[in-house]
Structure formats: C-alpha cells, structure tokens
Design a protein around this ligand. Structure first.
Ligand SMILES: Cc1ncc(COP(=O)(O)O)c(C=O)c1O
Length: 406
C-alpha cells in the first residue's frame, strides 16, 4: 500500500509547512516532487536543472539506476540489524571503501556531522593513548571559515556567528587559525595537539581552494609535529573535484578522512571515517557507536557508490566538465561576476553585489529553471551532478549570464 498522494499545490504546501516545521531553513520557493539524473520536477510538473546536487550528496545524479537497483535488492532482503549482530553487507563495504581511499579501516556512521564527531573522538583517544597527551588536555586545530556540521561541539568551533550564537556553552579544546596559512598553523600546534582538522576545499565558505602546496604543507607539518591530519572530505570527496578525494590533487594521504553525502548515493545517509589501523584501531567495543551506522541498506548502497567511483568515469567527467565550467565563468568575469573559484565540477561565484544578493540571484535563476544555492553575501555555489551533460552545463551558465545581464 502506498500513501495517498498529497494533492495540494506548491504554494499550498509551502504555506502548510510554516506553522508545523521548525524554521531552521529558508528554502527557495520550489516544491520538488520527482527527479531523474540532473533534472527535478515540481508539483506542477515544471522542470529544473539541479545545479546544487544536494550539496554534493547527489554526485551521481538523482536516482542513478545502479544505486536504485542496489537499494531495491537490499530492501527485499535485509534493512537493519544494528551492530549487535554482523550483517552480510558490511565486510564488503568496508573492504571496498578502504581500498578506494587507500586506507586500512572504516568506521561507518550516518550523517556528515557524526563522521566529524567520530573523527574528533578518535583523534582525542589517539592523543591520550598513543601520543601521551595528559588527560583532558588534547587540542584540535581547525580553520577559520570552516563548516563541519551542526552539532554543539562542531558549531562551537565555527567562525560563523549565525551557526554559533545562542548554542553555548561550547566544548573546549579547539584552536582556530586562518585557512591556507601554514605559518599560523605551525604556530598553533604544540605538544597537546591531537589533530589538525580541515576541509581540503572549504565548500560552505564559498568553495575556497587553498594554494597549491597547502595540503602537502599540512601533511608535512602534522607529521613533523606528531599529530594527525584529519581531512573533512564530506563535500569535496567522492569525485566532485575531478579526483576521488580532493587531497589526491596533491598526492597527500591524511591519517583520517571523513566521508559522507555522496557515499549514500542520494538515497540514504551514509558517512564514514576511514583511516590508518594504528589510529582507528584505538576504538574498542562500547567506546563509540551508532544504531544505524553500517546498516545493511547503507552498506549495499555505499558499496554500489564505490563500484561507480572505481570506474574512474565520474572523476574524469568532473575534471573535463570542470574545464567547461571555468571557461564559461571566465567569460562572465566583469559581466556580473566579480570573482570565482573552482575545482573540478564545483565553483563558488561572487556576483557583483550591486546586482543582488546570492539569494536574489538564486531566485532569478529558479525562475529560469535552474536550481542553485547562495552561500554568503553575493556568492552562489555551482555543484551539478557529475552526470550533467556539457550542453546542460552550458545552458545553466547561459541562464546565469542572462540573469546577470538583466
Ligand atoms: C565539509 C562538511 N563537513 C560536514 C558536513 C555536515 O554533514 P551533514 O549535514 O550530513 O551532517 C558538511 C555539510 O554540508 C560539509 O560540507
């Protein structure tokens, strides 16, 4: 039995949310009812090209057939066991994900924020047990402009007041340094430092790509100082930048890598901490867990995601279409675009503030049938599914050109 269809219009549904849904989001006024590949359709049947892709959770597009097949097959067999028991999907998922990322072990969780929290816990435990930091003195160095999720510990070291204000008191033990500044990072590391936690590309901050050599520098500094390098690849990882991981651009291997979003194929929340055995190995039974982490449905979908990434096709597409994206954005410089930053099929575009806020530009693009999302001020972010065609990508950029010229 399926639930009866809700026959209300988009406007009626938007109004219906107001009194019953917490106001922690301000969505664009579109009510999506169906989707396929890079396209979504609203309640009234209007079609939109999705240039956000669920903040990279939909790297493989909406309802990729291989992922839907994997999920369907698993729904017919087994969905949840909890980790009180083994399930027959988890071993393959962990083996395959570890191999894909060049790491030894996997800690499966669900959301990105949980992966970050898990990484923090593992780094602290490692600091006490392996590095010998005195009890409760471990510190973690993070970057200004970071976005690692929404839990109380994580927002405590955010530098975005909207994300942070009103949610204290915060967890101690974090030091904040400017992003892309190796000297500041070096100065912040001392004997108490368990880890440096950074995004290899800062997504929410506006797709901030660090200078070449920064990630290599972070790796060298942390190795020399005897602390961990934890890379949050929740948004940058799994094909988005034209490589499997964004750190691959510099051939750098962190001690822990945090994954999420696209790992669930746009179907279920799947996240993971992947890392070296001597680091993740510090966890023992009872010290950390999740009722849903590593569930068989998540593992089946996650394994199908690894299948797709192992072909290399998505990474290649992101790199090739990334060239088109840059070329189109370059042509808009001085014509409404003040600056842009891009890596692979991912760009942060600073629009001339005189033309409107990022929100206003996003609303005008919505009217053109293009879905994007603003980040801060007059910056919009472009991150289409990696399955988008070159023609669709050029059409989206043509719409942006029209909106900026209007
Ligand atoms: C880099 C990064 N880390 C962590 C998160 C949090 O992920 P989630 O929303 O699944 O908790 C995000 C989400 O945007 C992110 O971009």
């Amino acid at each position: 039995m399926t639930a009866p269809a809700d026959t209300r219009t988009s406007d009626e549904l938007i109004r219906a949310e107001e009194p019953v849904l917490a106001h922690n989001y301000h969505p664009l006024p579109v009510v999506v009812a169906r989707a396929e590949g890079a396209w979504v359709e609203d309640v009234e049947g209007r079609r939109y090209l999705d240039m956000l892709a669920g903040y990279s959770a939909l790297n493989f597009g909406h309802r990729h057939p291989a992922l839907i097949d994997a999920a369907r097959a698993q729904l017919d067999r087994l969905t949840l066991t909890s980790r009180a028991f083994h399930n027959d999907r988890l071993a393959a998922f962990a083996e395959r994900l570890a191999r894909l990322t060049g790491q030894d072990m996997v800690l499966p969780m669900n959301t990105g924020a949980e992966a970050v929290e898990s990484g923090i816990k593992v780094a602290r435990k490692w600091a006490y047990e392996v590095k010998g930091v005195p009890a409760d003195r471990a510190t973690i160095v993070v970057a200004e402009g970071n976005f690692h999720g929404r839990t109380t510990t994580i927002v405590g070291f955010s530098t975005d007041e909207t994300a942070r204000a009103g949610f204290g008191p915060f967890t101690p033990g974090f030091r904040i340094v400017p992003y892309n500044d190796l000297a500041a990072l070096e100065a912040a590391i001392d004997d108490t430092t368990a880890a440096v936690l950074i995004e290899p590309v800062q997504g929410e901050a506006g797709v901030i790509v660090p200078d070449d050599g920064y990630l290599t520098g972070v790796r060298e500094l942390t190795r020399r100082a005897g602390c961990l390098f934890v890379a949050d690849e929740i948004q940058s990882g799994l094909g988005r930048t034209g490589r499997t991981l964004a750190v691959d651009h510099e051939g750098v291997v962190p001690d822990l890598v945090l994954l999420g979003k696209a790992l669930g194929g746009g179907i279920v929340p799947v996240s993971a901490v992947v890392g070296r055995r001597d680091v993740l190995g510090v966890l023992r039974p009872g010290e950390h867990g999740s009722t849903f982490g590593g569930n068989p449905l998540a593992a089946a979908v996650g394994t199908a995601v690894v299948d797709l990434l192992e072909t290399g096709d998505f990474q290649r597409r992101a790199a090739e279409l990334g060239v088109v994206l840059r070329e189109e954005l370059q042509a808009l410089l001085g014509r409404g675009v003040v600056a842009f930053r891009a890596r692979g099929l991912w760009a942060g575009v600073d629009v001339d503030p005189a033309l409107g806020t990022g929100r206003e530009i996003s609303e005008r693009l919505l009217a053109e049938g293009i879905l994007v999302k603003d980040t801060h001020g007059s910056t919009i972010r472009l991150a289409p599914p990696l399955t988008v065609t070159e023609t669709e990508l050029r059409e989206a950029l043509a719409s942006l050109a029209r909106v900026l010229a209007a």
